[in-house]
Design a protein around this ligand. Structure first.
Ligand code: A2P
Length: 345
């Protein structure tokens, strides 16, 4: 696989279009890129960097001669077509939750566990956006000082719920400012019975609730983190909140290291040269990460580093990244790059 034939399923969606942009921007060695979506979009033309691509309907035969297939059209479509793609010789990089917790399927953030790519059966799972940014920021700390516990609260952008959720935020913001009645049709979850406005609001529910009182998004963060770090005993808890930001998830992360006497400066030093991370942490200059300024950028931004006042091994930090980029599309493309590098070895 030195140059590869690529397919993107869900190519008209928020993540799919970003995957195409990242493949072109990073000069990914592709011989062809096929854009796939539903029958509704077949024949539509998407233009990126002056190059035109015609969208095709996704059918099993779409994957003939495809080497790498990126999937980002929801779990049901992945379950319907991923095996069809693998049967025809493609490696699937799946951006949905369909296969993430399947034991035999690697769940990969290249900065953390690229080694997991050495053994796959044709499907590789891309983690949830909020998990990716947290484990990327925690990995250098875990590597130097170990980890005993994580408690995270998220402040998540609407683009994580797809292109329609961005439209809903814009429409509701106009309705609010024009003193019209606000129509809520989509959030917190399309499958739910109640909908709430996201404009000028914060919704402490992302995805459905499970009987434990946690949402599925929170359980994804808990379970995926343990799998990626290969630490079943790690204590992890999460509260996930949707806020009226278009792109860029923010996270308040409390973590306990495993080693005695670690200082904030030592934590900061471990992060400064870590891959994919930019430290923005100078309170004298009011310097810290914010989602508005992470939009369109590849990096995971870390700031507000401080020691917990009471727990000797406890620290807090604020982690921000563009959820469509490192949280989804970029991580998928980096998995493909790591896969090619593994095969060259
Ligand atoms: P389409 O635009 O044709 O509906 P988002 O997460 O931004 O809402 O995007 C969802 C993506 O999933 C879109 O590209 C959408 O294509 C695609 N999709 C939805 N239903 C199907 C389907 N039945 N087969 C293939 N792709 C689908």
């Amino acid at each position: 696989m030195s140059t590869v034939n690529i397919a993107i399923v869900g190519a008209t969606g928020a993540v799919g279009t970003t995957i195409l942009e990242k493949l072109l921007e990073r000069d990914f060695p592709s011989s062809s890129i096929k854009l796939l979506a539903s029958a509704r979009s077949a024949g539509n033309v998407i233009e990126v960097d002056g190059k035109q691509f015609t969208v095709e309907e996704t059918v099993p035969e779409s994957f003939e001669d495809v080497d790498i297939a990126f999937f980002s059209a929801g779990g049901a479509i992945s379950k319907m077509f991923a095996e069809e793609a693998v049967k025809r010789g493609a490696v699937v990089i799946d951006n949905t939750s369909a296969f993430r917790m399947t034991e035999t399927i690697p769940l990969v953030v290249p900065e953390v566990n690229a080694d997991a790519l050495n053994e796959h059966n044709g499907i590789i799972a891309n983690p949830n956006c909020s998990t990716i940014q947290m484990v990327t920021a925690l990995e250098p700390i875990r590597d130097s000082f170990g980890l005993g516990r994580i408690i995270v609260s998220t402040y998540q952008a609407v683009s994580g719920a797809g292109a329609e959720a961005i439209d809903e935020l814009e429409t509701q913001s106009n309705q609010f400012l024009n003193r019209h009645e606000i129509e809520a049709k989509l959030l917190p979850t399309g499958a739910g019975e109640k909908f709430y406005p996201i404009s000028f609001n914060a919704i402490p529910q992302i995805d459905a609730f499970d009987s434990s009182g946690y949402t599925l998004e929170e359980l994804k963060m808990i379970n995926e983190t343990k799998k990626i770090f290969n630490m079943n005993d790690l204590h992890v808890s999460a509260t996930c909140v949707r806020i009226p930001v278009v792109s860029g998830h923010s996270e308040s992360v409390y973590f306990e290291v495993d080693k005695e006497g670690v200082t904030v400066d030592e934590i900061r030093s471990s992060l400064v040269n870590a891959p994919g991370i930019v430290v923005q942490d100078d309170t004298n200059k009011q310097e810290y990460p914010m989602p508005l300024f992470s939009e369109g950028k590849d990096d995971v931004f870390v700031g507000r580093l401080r020691k917990d006042p009471d727990h000797p091994k406890g620290f807090h930090m604020w982690v921000v990244t563009d959820n469509l980029i490192k949280g989804a599309a970029l991580n998928s493309v980096q998995i493909a790059e790591a896969l090619l590098a593994t095969e060259k070895k």
